[in-house]
Design a protein around this ligand. Structure first.
Ligand code: NAI
Ligand code: NA
Length: 395
């Protein structure tokens, strides 16, 4: 079939297999071009199909020659209905990894459940014995807690006060004022349930108990801080409360891994266009101004550049350069004073009329479509493609 983007608000309902494959190939080429990283050889990535998790899987495999198991929740294709992008990405990744002689298997299911954890542990036992790196990169709006059976929904709201600021509809470039009512106690608790650290700890507990964590095993999860501008709706909002919890959990996990010489650390990453971040009000406007500024300064990075640098310079570099709260700061270039001063200046004057000039609206929009395999250079979108693509280890 001919597959075209079909957007509804900040989601795209279709994905292009060839475009997704090309994205994966481009990321692999990037990692290879940066040279070998002396990293872990047996790696589990939870949330491995898109965004930072996919970049982590690619960096482990093609930077360090690692065997990888990827866990994710994606929708497979059926005749006439394309799969979700993470499905096509994972199919392409497995194909590339296998061609390169690398072990790669995937598990498609709810990572929050006990069943998927057990299935993953069984696969590790059978195929790899143990893993020496676990990347936790889930982003989800909902979680069913397997201990209580209760389903929680996260929200993106400020805590305490009503928040009003500018935002942009990145499809139209319309800059408007958005007002968000503050969260109640339930909203906060639910968001922490979904995006906090409990599930990460449950994974590590289950894996340690099963003996599938190798001596010296490290685990990393990803967080975000961002500027003052987005603080009320991000870091000091409900999602920030969840990130506080995630970060606090890293110390609990690190303590539990001491006896196997392991470690657990959070890496604070840069703001990027992903399916998760497009849904957060105000953030798209911030990102479009940030992209413009960082590209002008020659320091713009996407997921793969971020994760390649995270591995090469921090995790497997001389020094993780932890901040005063024990976190890796690979958001260092985003948070540079000159970058933030410029974004502040642009933010103050941003309007519908000037945004395409002072902001990188096109960069935002292109990145958004790229997530779904559209607008990828070198792909012939007029060509007939087979939407039914299998993930080799799943079919
Ligand atoms: P993403 O939406 O691209 O990736 C989410 C991944 O989680 C996908 O592989 C998806 O299949 C998987 N997933 C979701 N629900 C699942 C479930 N129930 N079971 C199994 N897999 C499931 O998100 P992104 O942006 O890569 O986020 C990953 C982490 O990075 C999150 O913790 C996020 O907060 C963090 N982060 C994101 C930033 C951004 O600007 N996008 C900045 C800094 C940190
Ligand atoms: Na991810």
């Amino acid at each position: 079939m001919i597959i075209e983007p079909k957007t509804r608000g900040f989601i795209c309902l279709t994905a292009h297999p060839t475009g997704c494959e090309q994205n994966v190939i481009n990321q692999i080429e990037y990692v290879k071009s940066k040279g070998e990283i002396n990293g872990a050889k047996k790696v589990l990535v939870i949330g491995a199909s898109t965004g930072f998790g996919l970049a982590s899987r690619i960096t482990s495999a093609f930077g360090s020659g690692a065997s990888t198991i990827g866990v994710f929740l994606e929708k497979g294709p059926s005749a006439g209905r394309p799969a979700s992008p993470g499905w096509y990405n994972s199919a392409a990744f497995e194909k590339q990894a296998t061609e390169a002689g690398l072990y790669a298997k995937s598990i498609n299911g709810d990572a929050f459940s006990n069943e998927i954890k057990q299935q993953t542990i069984d696969m590790i036992k059978e195929d790899l014995g143990q893993v020496d790196l676990v990347i936790y990169s889930l982003a989800s709006p909902v979680r069913t807690n397997p201990n209580t059976g209760k389903r929680h929904k996260s929200v993106l709201k400020p805590i305490g006060d009503v928040f009003s600021n500018k935002t942009v509809d990145f499809h139209t470039g319309n800059v408007t004022e958005v007002t968000i009512q503050p969260a109640n106690e339930d909203d906060i608790a639910n968001t922490v349930e979904v995006m906090g650290g409990e599930d990460w700890e449950m994974w590590i507990d289950a894996m340690k108990e099963a003996g599938v964590l190798a001596d010296g095993c490290q685990t990393f999860a990803y967080s975000y801080i961002g500027p003052k501008l987005t603080e009320p709706v991000y870091r000091k909002g409900t999602i920030g409360a969840a990130k506080d919890d995630l970060e606090a959990t890293s110390f609990k996990i690190a303590e539990k891994l001491k006896d196997i010489n392991g470690n657990a650390v959070v890496s604070v990453n840069k703001a990027l266009v992903t399916q998760a971040s497009s849904a957060i009000p105000v953030i798209p406007l911030y990102i479009s101004l940030l992209y413009k500024t960082m590209k002008e300064k020659g320091i713009h990075e996407g997921c793969i550049e971020q994760i390649q640098r995270l591995y090469a310079d921090r995790i497997y570099g001389e020094d993780m350069q932890l901040d005063e709260k024990g976190r890796i700061r690979i958001d260092d270039w985003e948070m540079r004073e000159d970058v933030q001063a410029e974004v502040d200046k642009l933010w103050a004057i941003a309007t519908t009329e000037n945004l395409s000039e002072i902001g990188d609206l096109k960069g935002y929009s292109d990145d958004f479509f790229n997530l779904f395999g559209f607008k990828v250079e070198g792909v012939d979108y007029d060509a007939d493609v087979n939407e039914v693509v299998e993930i080799p280890s799943i079919s």
